[in-house]
Design a binder for this molecule. Structure first.
Ligand code: MG
Length: 264
C-alpha cells in the first residue's frame, strides 16, 4: 500500500526523523575502536526510550528472518551491509561500520543509515590501512543518495530516483544489487513503493506531496551477490569485500524534497 501522509502525520514524521538523525549522530560520536556492537545496541535502546519513541526493529519478524530481530539497531561491519544483527564484537581501528535505525513516533516511522570508518580519524593513518577504500565506498553511497534526493520531486517518478542513484553507483564502477533498495514509509517502516537502486527514468509511480520515501543506496566493493549469516539476518558480500550504505527518509513536497532524518 502506498501512503500519502496528511499534515498532522507529516509533523509526526518530522519528530521521528529528528530522533533517528540525532540518535545516529550521538552514536557516531560515541563509537571508537574497542566499543562492542552490543554496547551500541544498548545505547540505541536508551536513546530511543529517552526520546519517547518506539523501536521498529525489536519485534520485527518478517518472513526472511529467524523470528523477531530482538535488537534496536542494525550494526554491519566491513563485509556485512544490510540487516546486521548486533553481536559480541569489539570494533577494531579501520572497521567500516554501518548503523541503520528506524523508530516510530506518534505512529509514524522514520528510517536512516550511516556508514563510517572507526577511528583513527585520518584515513590511511597508522593502524587504519583500509580507510581509503572504505572512505571511497561511503562517499559514493552519499553522492548517490544526494542525487536521488535531488530528483525526488512531485511529478517525477520512482524511476527518476532509481536512475539518479544507479547512475552514480555504476559510473563509479560498482555493481548494483536489485534485491534490496529503498521503500515507502509511513505508519509502517516498510511500505510501497519499492525504490530500486538502479532503474529507467520516467518509469514507475508518480511522486506526489505527502509521500515519504526511505532512499538507501548501498554498495559492495567488487560484487552484487549477498550471502546470509546463520543468524538469518545479517547480509554480507559474497566475496568478503567491504560495503557501505547511506539512507535518509525524505518527504515529497510541492517544492524541494524535505530530508526528515537530519539531526535537529
Ligand atoms: Mg530502510
Amino acid at each position: 500500500m502506498i501512503e500519502i501522509l496528511n499534515a498532522r502525520q507529516l509533523e509526526h514524521a518530522r519528530s521521528a526523523g529528528a530522533i533517528v538523525g540525532a540518535t545516529l549522530q550521538a552514536l557516531r560520536e560515541r563509537v571508537t575502536a574497542g566499543v562492542n556492537l552490543l554496547e551500541i545496541d544498548e545505547w540505541a535502546r536508551q536513546l530511543i526510550v529517552q526520546a519517547g519513541a518506539q523501536s521498529c526493529y525489536v519485534d520485527y519478524a518478517p518472513s526472511f528472518g529467524n523470528g523477531p530481530f530482538g535488537h534496536y539497531i542494525c550494526t554491519a561491519v566491513n563485509d556485512a551491509v544490510l540487516h546486521g544483527m548486533p553481536h559480541d564484537y569489539a570494533l577494531q581501528p579501520g572497521d567500516l561500520l554501518t548503523l541503520d535505525l528506524a523508530v516510530l513516533k506518534d505512529g509514524i516511522a522514520a528510517d536512516a543509515a550511516i556508514s563510517f570508518v572507526v577511528g583513527p580519524e585520518t584515513p590511511g593513518a597508522n593502524g587504519n590501512p583500509e580507510a581509503p577504500e572504505g572512505a571511497a565506498l561511503i562517499a559514493v553511497t552519499e553522492r548517490a543518495l544526494a542525487a536521488g534526493i535531488e530528483v525526488a520531486r512531485s511529478g517525477n517518478r520512482i524511476g527518476d530516483i532509481s536512475h539518479a542513484i544507479g547512475t552514480v553507483l555504476t559510473d563509479a564502477g560498482y555493481l548494483v544489487n536489485t534485491e534490496f533498495g529503498g521503500h515507502g514509509i509511513g505508519t509502517t517502516m516498510h511500505g510501497d513503493p519499492h525504490v530500486p537502486n538502479i532503474g529507467r527514468p520516467s518509469r514507475g509511480y508518480k511522486l506526489r506531496p505527502g509521500l515519504l520515501l526511505a532512499l538507501e543506496p548501498w554498495v559492495m566493493a567488487d560484487t552484487d551477490v549477498l550471502i546470509t549469516d546463520p543468524d538469518g539476518w545479517t547480509l554480507r558480500s559474497a566475496t568478503g569485500c567491504r560495503t557501505a550504505h547511506t539512507e535518509h527518509t525524505i518527504a515529497i513536497t510541492e517544492g524541494e524534497p524535505e530530508i526528515l532524518t537530519l539531526p535537529r
